[in-house]
Design a binder for this molecule. Sequence first.
Ligand code: ZN
Length: 459
Amino acid sequence: MASVTNLDFINVRLPMEDEGHLFRLSIRDGVWTQILKQEGDAAPPGAVSLETWNPTQAFLDSNRPIIDLEGKIMLPGFVDAHMHLDKAFSLTSVENRSGTLEEAVQNYSQASPSFSKQEIKSRMIRSAMQALSFGTTRIRTHLDFNLRVSREVALRTIEAALEAKEALAPYLTLQLFPMCPYNFMSMDVDAIEEALRMGVDGIGGAPHLSMTPKEDIDYVFKLAEKYDVPIDLHCDETDNPAIRTIEHIAYRTKAEGYEGRVTVDHLCALASMTDQDAHSIIAQMADAGLKAVSLPAVNLYLQGRHDSFPIRRGVTRLKEIWEAGIPIAVASDNIHDPFHPFGRGDLLQIALISSYAAHMGRPDDLRTLLRMITDVPAKVLGLTDDAIKAGNEANFVVMDGSTPEEIFTMLPERRWVYSGGRWVRMAAAKTKWQDNTLARYWDEASREVSFHKHEFAKG
Ligand SMILES: [Zn+2]
């Protein structure tokens, strides 16, 4: 299938590289070989638009057409640094009447023994593929590990996840992080080691929920070191500013020389603290080389449930953490489950929600947010080959839009996704209008409308 793994593009917009130029790109055997700046638009004879390109047609190298992106945006495949694929689409069987994190945890824990391995695997494949359809090509998923019920129930999810990972491996990369249950020191801890022996990618948990958070954190570090895997912990997902497991995680990371291998997620408590306290914690995070993930959609939904007005919204200090030089990604978290009844696995939608939640809407902010769903989460996952750069494997998403302003405004449905050396999604026809008059009005009016970047006055 040389015709699919060898591709040439012109008039590509790469907002992560240089917005002032269009680019000419080439892929050979699924690897980027050429990234060249163009001088203005190019129109080589025989070029075809993405809409008319037929990826199933075989071509000789000598007459393979160049694909004209007509100025559309291409981004590296999105990286979702924090999902719960095994829980996705469980809302039909697990409710959450209060809308609190506590009820979600409790109800899911009660229901989890009834989920078969096949059901968990199907939910994972369905939700991962949905994310892939929007342009996500790498995912780190946390996994329920209900050791409180039994070793068998806990390991069932691991088996399902390993099977889903293998089935999807040709199309997207999954990293699996089982969540050590809280207060797990009194349980069959060998089951956690068994999961690590079975081949999961790292170790997770939510020590802020534990009665003995320091001991839990210390044990997680001990296991991570024994199996030489990274750590990724839900951290202080609460409105209570007195809960600060982050400090012990930062301390332990430095003490064990684990800098760069520990990720902390949520950090909602930071949003309830005084500036002074928060700045001290952010400095400790930077000093310990921690990486971070914010989950704005789910935090907006679950946090503040015990407040009367003014109601806290739980989203961490996204901008301040970023400005402290800490790699912080934004990610999906839960989809249609008791933790979050919405979500569709679309990181562009999450970036937009983050923009609202963190007051990040200026032109520079939108570009930072694009990094928070691409190269920053790649760093969280420990990947170094994610960029659109010669020598890297080609994983990308093309959006029907020509500026970051346009794609944040329109959240384009029309996307073309290439992953693992093949097209995995092609967008449908260009016009959505069945009525010819409306189609003509749309085309004419759209030519007059622009989404180009405008600079605001400083200050
Ligand atoms: Zn989570």
